[in-house]
Design a binder for this molecule. Structure first.
Ligand code: ZN
Length: 403
């Protein structure tokens, strides 16, 4: 009996156990499935709600700015925020909303903790990289209104147009790449652009002029260098040899800041009137002095008074650079007159003649450069102008413009 009982128990108990285990597992499976289906349901409902909130936000955005809802783009910023924006040729507007509650948010809500200042200075830095200071100084003010366009390779910051110079009608914006903002903003930004899109490149399709300064260097040259830098412009400096050693730091700075160095003879005598034995020094000494300071070779020569003859031109292998716009700044020592003359006469391909030794010329440059920028000109050195116009500066040749 004992052994039979044992045998039954032996079979029965494991069966009970197996049935119990299977039931428990099934029970939990059913429970889990129910739970998962509930979750799915909730998620669907939430998605639906979010969609409705987004549609609602887009509708009120369209109403507020009097635009069609069809022209509005919505971009998911991260789990919490959505951006809605409108981009047309004449304006850009956008809003960030908290996706779940249809509340308006601000770029400040996306900034990672303690990164506010870093973001501010990044924006200022990029503004100054892209725009000359007469525009940048307006855009970088703390009260400027920014609109943010979220892209998969970064964000574009658009500025309100009316805030810039009233004469400058272009839309203004800077782009921050993923690489720049990944550590600063809570934005799911993935792809990186390789180059900084705010660095402006010279464009051979744009109107371009060359700016040239004769008779320096001199104490006014520094102010001219500052103004060129402020306006993202460059120039060619035709220097007189006797000034070079007294202003060797200035010569170095001209070269370091990407401008071009040219010769304007050693002592500013007319090359047609110097004795033969002096001619070599008048023509080549500036090259030797500049080479000592900057290590670069001089290829351009502007003869004093524009006086040159075929014999000299053929003998010395420089490119001889004349000019096509001459406001006679040495005669009219008045910034307004110089400005007016240049802006009246200037055309694409011109070479403008100025003198960096006059204070009034330095002042006129502050007026001329912003206006050239507004008119769509690039302002460059003589060699750059030739290059952009597809011309080669050959030695023993005379050039007046590249029109
Ligand atoms: Zn001169």
């Amino acid at each position: 009996m004992n052994s039979r009982f044992y045998n039954i128990t032996h079979i029965f108990i494991p069966i009970v156990l197996v049935v119990a285990i299977i039931s428990t597992i099934s029970f939990y499976n059913i429970k889990n499935a129910e739970h998962r289906s509930d979750e799915r349901h909730n998620l669907k409902q939430e998605e639906q709600e979010i969609k409705e909130i987004q549609i609602d936000a887009i509708t009120s955005f369209a109403k507020e700015f009097n635009i069609s809802t069809d022209d509005i783009t919505k971009t998911k910023i991260n789990k919490k925020y959505t951006s809605i924006s409108y981009n047309s040729p004449d304006k850009y507007i956008s809003e960030i909303i908290v996706t779940k509650y249809k509340e308006k948010a601000d770029i400040g809500d996306l900034v990672k903790e303690g990164k506010e200042e870093e973001l501010k200075s990044l924006i200022k830095e990029q503004i100054n990289l892209k725009y000359p200071s007469f525009i940048a100084s307006v855009l970088e003010k703390d009260n400027t209104t920014y609109y943010y366009e979220f892209l998969d390779n970064g964000i574009v910051i658009h500025f309100d147009n009316y805030q810039t110079n009233p004469l400058y009608e272009e839309k203004t914006s800077v782009k921050l790449t993923c690489e720049m903002i990944n550590s600063l903003l809570d934005y799911e930004c993935l792809s990186n652009s390789e180059e900084n899109p705010n660095i402006i490149k010279l464009d051979s399709n744009k109107k371009t002029v060359a700016l040239t300064f004769d008779d320096g260097p001199n104490k006014n040259t520094l102010s001219i260098l500052d103004t060129l830098k402020d306006n993202h412009a460059s120039a060619t400096f035709f220097m007189v040899g006797t000034n070079i050693n007294n202003f060797s730091d200035t010569v170095k700075r001209i070269s370091d800041e990407g401008h071009e160095l040219g010769s304007h003879s050693y002592s500013h005598k007319s090359l047609l009137h110097v004795k033969n034995e002096e001619l070599e020094k008048e023509i080549n000494e500036v090259s030797r002095l500049v080479k000592n300071i900057t290590g670069t070779d001089i290829k351009l020569l502007r003869p004093p008074y524009g006086s040159i003859n075929g014999e000299i031109k053929d003998k010395y292998p420089y490119s001889y650079i004349m000019w096509s716009v001459d406001p006679e700044d040495w005669r009219y020592k008045d910034a307004a007159i110089v400005r007016e003359h240049v802006l009246d006469k200037v055309e694409d391909g011109d070479i403008i003649l100025l003198h960096d030794i006059h204070f009034t010329t330095a002042e006129s440059l502050k007026l001329i450069l912003p206006e050239l920028y507004i008119r769509g000109y690039q302002v460059v050195s003589v060699s750059k102008l030739a290059e952009l116009k597809g011309r080669t500066l050959a030695p023993n040749n005379i050039y007046r413009s590249f029109k």
